[in-house]
Design a protein around this ligand. Structure first.
Ligand code: FES
Length: 70
């Protein structure tokens, strides 16, 4: 497989996807360390990490970003 094909395959199956005006989706993580150093175990294949800092369940996205005016 060529390097270009490798890159395309990786793009088709990324481990991290940034949602515009939304969370960061992470696939395949076993744990997430927040900015205070606390480690949060990941028990799902894909998790949504809050990027707006308004979630009531940090570091996880709870959908609050949808009601924040842009
Ligand atoms: S990104 Fe969804 S609540 Fe912050």
């Amino acid at each position: 497989m060529s390097a270009e094909q490798d890159a395309e395959r990786e793009f088709a199956h990324p481990d991290i996807v940034i949602q515009p005006h939304g969370p960061m989706l992470v696939r395949g993580a076993e744990a997430v360390r927040d900015e205070s150093g606390t480690v949060h175990r990941v028990e799902r294949p894909v998790v949504a990490l809050c990027r707006c800092d308004k979630s009531s369940r940090l570091p996880w996205c709870d959908g609050t970003h949808k009601v924040i005016p842009r």
